[in-house]
Design a protein around this ligand. Structure first.
Ligand SMILES: [Mg+2]
Length: 367
């Protein structure tokens, strides 16, 4: 299909409650929504690297500039038939996976809408519901966290993820484990520790966690391999896997036994599928992560999560959890306890609500 126009919307979406992790505290989530036009149809994507370069080197205002100045212009007028062709057109720009991903995901949605198919089956996945977990950032007190986890367990979520950082780690995880001895749970360190913290990891290793997510630096593989060799608990890499080549290297050197796949972080849906396939080939289970996207980006993640290698419940925030009013419509809801159903409409089945999009837009560009 020949790409006729690309619109970019740098948006700021205020959270109901602050999201606290090892890398900082977010009150507002910024992302870039992409509308890609061809033959009377519009596909939507979302690049959600956060407002600041704290999760990765990219940030929303920079992604908006990179897309507007460098990436989007080289797609206009091009006849793009596959995700690989789109990737090849963007390949001359080094790095910048989130910026590339926003365009890639808009192309995938456009391609599915033009084929008249839901994105889930268009990607090679299924139309079956996916399993989703409950995630908890750093809270004001351990008691507050234990009460929230109890709510998630009662609501039927199949697993729980706890964000940890220095000062909010071992005692917190031990307290939750005491209350819920058989709960499937894991911790996410967001790169907040070093190899010197070996004693903490040995103590966590005793708590029957499903995995320890991204314990060490965001760009590291070697130290993770060394730590993994000393632990029974699988290490899961998130921030470190920025593309297919990084995934291959991580698996080859034994840096992880789980992979968190976020289409934004790995450069888009085509790379996400390639990493999923690689993990399946190497018997590494994977699961879909979240960048706290609107329902636009979350629907892309939901479609991806229907592929067969995603065996651990996804990070997925449904309507009313993050945002009082989601930009995307319809919002995503639970179809059963701990379960979300992909849309049966063509593409992702979600579009921005025009009034909410206008109210949340900081900058806009048309290429
Ligand atoms: Mg993570």
């Amino acid at each position: 299909m020949r790409i006729e126009k690309i619109e970019l919307f740098h948006v700021a979406m205020p959270l109901i409650s602050p999201w606290r992790t090892a890398y900082g505290e977010d009150h507002v989530i910024e992302s870039v929504l992409v509308a890609m036009h061809a033959q009377g149809e519009v596909g939507w994507g979302e690049a959600g690297p956060l407002a600041t370069p704290t999760y990765s080197p990219e940030y929303a205002a920079g992604v908006f500039h990179t897309m507007k100045s460098w990436l989007a212009p080289c797609l206009i007028g091009k006849d793009i038939r596959t995700g690989q062709e789109l990737g090849a057109l963007l390949d001359w720009v080094k790095g910048n996976p989130f910026a590339k991903a926003g365009l890639d995901m808009a192309w995938w949605d456009l391609s599915a809408r033009q084929a008249g198919r839901p994105l889930c089956t268009h990607l090679g996945g299924s139309s079956a519901p996916i399993s989703v977990g409950a995630d908890f950032g750093i809270c004001d007190s351990i008691q507050q966290l234990v009460t929230s986890v109890a709510g998630a367990v009662a609501a039927g979520f199949p697993r729980v993820k706890l964000k940890i950082r220095e000062g909010w780690d071992l005692a917190v995880v031990q307290a939750v484990r005491r209350e819920f001895p058989s709960l499937t749970m894991h911790v996410d360190c967001n790169g907040g520790y070093r190899l010197d913290d070996r004693r903490l990891f040995e103590a966590l290793d005793e708590l029957g966690l499903e995995m320890i997510e991204q314990p060490l630096a965001h760009d590291d593989l070697l130290d993770h391999a060394q730590l993994q060799s000393a632990l029974q608990t699988p290490i899961c890499l998130d921030e470190s896997i920025t593309g297919t080549s990084k995934a291959r290297k991580a698996i080859e050197i034994g840096a992880c036994r789980y992979v968190n796949i976020k289409p934004g972080r790995v450069g888009g849906m085509s790379n996400a599928i390639a990493i999923h396939d690689l993990c399946q080939d190497k018997s590494i289970p994977c699961w879909v992560g979240s960048m706290l996207e609107s329902a636009i980006g979350a629907s892309q993640c939901l479609a991806l999560g229907t592929l067969p290698g995603f065996t651990y419940p996804a990070d997925m925030f449904t309507a009313g959890v993050l945002y009082a009013e989601d930009i995307g419509s319809p919002e995503i809801g639970l179809s059963a306890p701990g379960t979300v159903e992909p849309s049966s409409l063509p593409g992702i089945g979600v579009r921005p609500d025009p009034a909410r999009l206008a109210a949340r837009t900081l900058s806009q560009a048309s290429i």
